[in-house]
Ligand binder design. Structure first.
Ligand code: NDP
Length: 485
């Protein structure tokens, strides 16, 4: 089945598509061929203003709806999203280049999970009654106001939903700016929320580059900013938001460790390392890109890894048999090729891959380096591509110290059959999410986010509610006021 990729217009504001061709043209490139599949225009100052004005105007009435009514709209949006999963997955594939095999199960479906989860949660968001003898305090959980969401290019549908669902459930409205690299999918989220009954202005999408994001972040009408992006951008956005004491959620990058002990089930550990390095062609923030393997099992691990990598099906992402697609853009492919070069020149052993695939589009081979040391660039910097660094270790304390020796702290994984060790080690790993004998699961029921330079705040789960609402305490005196004079 073919679907249109050119959207009706660039932005979605106040419940309808809005165009302003005065904004710079942004070409949308299909990464598997390099062909232009659509064009959108960056938001002009007037478009940004329209979106913020629409969100500001809609917010009081949206917050005044009964939470269950807001929840019902989100739940309905989840149902529409599931019903349109195939179409949305094809669009996600064309926007990002990720194989349809993945997008059918990991994108609109994950977005629908978030809408459904927070739709259900909306009616349960209550305050507290705090007795103080005769007097008492009650708390009201209030919306923050207008929230801004800014997305990265790797999971455009999921990121829009992970931000919109808790924000809207709590009674906020949102202006969302997708990455300029993948501008198409968030427009569908806006379309679907509107179809589900979200009043005009509740969820708006504007296109643009970093400067559009910066304009949104600094606008005085905005109460909160949630960014998914790199750590350098996070630092800028956090600082800009801090100037006006705005709330923030920062979902940033990582250089996460995965530790494979000598008693691990090797096939499961190899499976985890594949999922944590090559799913979405390695373009996942939580990837376990530093794979620490115990020296005693190193060669067996590498043998099984290289054998299983030969079964990757590299090809047209729209073919459901394809399991490994291109990089999102030529620019990202070149960044990753630069890291592969650094790995070689700094003395890592190239076990497999390392080259651009000889076909149209921005394809790289799944790449594994062994004999990587902690000081090498590929072991320190986030690559955001299909490059796994394998490091060896002998001792538990040593590997924990090395795993933690990074500015990042998004995720960490441990493979071992010794459960006491698994819990002991995860207790010492400095990461927002840890996996035991697994990697990269991200159910909406579990809080997701980083520590250290990987970010602040949490998405998903009940934890997200804390970041999209604030508490008002109301002190109620039941007797007379006793003033000193
Ligand atoms: P970037 O940090 O380059 O961009 C993220 C978003 O911020 C884009 O929409 C970008 O616009 C926008 N932006 C850039 N500068 C500013 C600014 N000064 N003010 C406001 N907004 C701005 O990240 P990428 O898009 O390259 O995504 C990859 C990064 O995202 C990786 O580091 C990855 O680890 C991280 N990431 C983190 C996740 C997490 O949950 N922790 C999940 C997924 C990715 P534009 O690019 O259009 O110019």
């Amino acid at each position: 089945m073919t679907y249109d990729t050119q959207p009706e217009a660039s932005h979605h504001i106040g419940g309808r598509y809005v165009e302003d061709t005065a904004g710079a043209a942004i070409p949308v490139i299909y990464p598997a061929t390099g062909d232009r599949i659509a064009t959108v225009h960056a938001a002009t100052a007037s478009v940004v203003d329209q979106a913020l004005a629409a969100a500001e105007a809609a917010q009081p009435d949206w917050a005044a709806l009964s939470p269950r009514e807001r929840g019902r709209i989100l739940t309905r949006a989840a149902q529409i999203m599931r019903a349109r999963n195939h179409e949305l997955s094809v669009l996600e594939t064309r926007d990002t280049g990720k194989p349809l095999q993945e997008t059918l199960v990991a994108d609109a479906t994950s977005g629908a999970d978030a809408l459904e989860y927070f739709g259900g949660l909306a009616g349960t968001l209550t305050g507290e009654h705090i007795p103080l003898g005769r007097d008492w305090v009650y708390t009201i959980r209030e919306a923050l106001g207008v929230c801004v969401g800014i997305g990265a290019w790797n999971y455009p549908t999921q990121i829009a939903c992970w931000k919109a669902a808790p924000a809207l459930a709590c009674g906020n409205t949102m202006v969302f700016k997708p990455s300029e690299t993948t501008p198409l999918c968030a427009l569908k989220v806006a379309e679907i929320l509107t179809e589900a009954g979200a009043p005009p202005g509740v969820f708006n999408v504007v296109q643009g580059l970093g400067e559009t994001g910066a304009r949104l972040v600094t606008d005085p009408r905005v109460a909160k900013v949630s960014l998914t992006g790199s750590a350098p951008t996070g630092r800028k956005v956090y600082a800009a938001a801090a100037a006006d004491m705005k709330h923030v959620t920062m979902e940033l990058g990582g250089k996460s460790p995965m530790i494979v002990f000598d008693d691990a089930d090797i096939e499961n550990a190899v499976g985890g390392a594949i999922l944590g390095n090559f799913y979405s062609s390695g373009q996942i923030c939580s990837n376990g890109t530093r794979v620490f393997v115990h020296g005693a099992i190193m060669e067996r691990f590498l043998d099984r890894l290289t054998a299983r990598l030969t079964t990757a099906v590299i090809g047209d992402p729209l073919d459901e048999a394809t399991s490994f697609g291109p990089m999102v853009s030529e620019a990202q492919m070149n960044i990753v090729l630069g890291y592969i070069d650094k790995g070689r020149t700094e003395g890592a052993r190239l076990v497999t891959g390392g080259r651009r695939v000889d076909r149209e589009g921005f394809y790289l081979e799944p790449t594994v380096f062994a004999d990587v040391t902690d000081a090498m660039t590929i072991a320190r910097e986030e690559i955001f591509g299909p490059v796994m660094s394998v490091l060896d270790f002998d001792d538990e304390d040593e590997v924990i110290a090395r795993a933690n020796a990074t500015e990042y702290g998004l995720s960490a994984g441990v493979f071992t059959r010794d459960l006491a060790r698994a819990h002991r080690v995860t207790g010492k790993l400095r990461a927002g999410t840890c996996f035991i004998n697994s990697y990269n699961d991200a159910p909406v029921e579990a809080p997701f986010g980083g520590v250290k330079a990987s970010g602040v705040g949490r998405e998903n789960a009940q934890a997200a509610v804390e970041h999209y609402s604030q508490l008002k305490s109301v002190y109620v005196r039941m007797g007379d006021v006793e003033a000193p004079f």
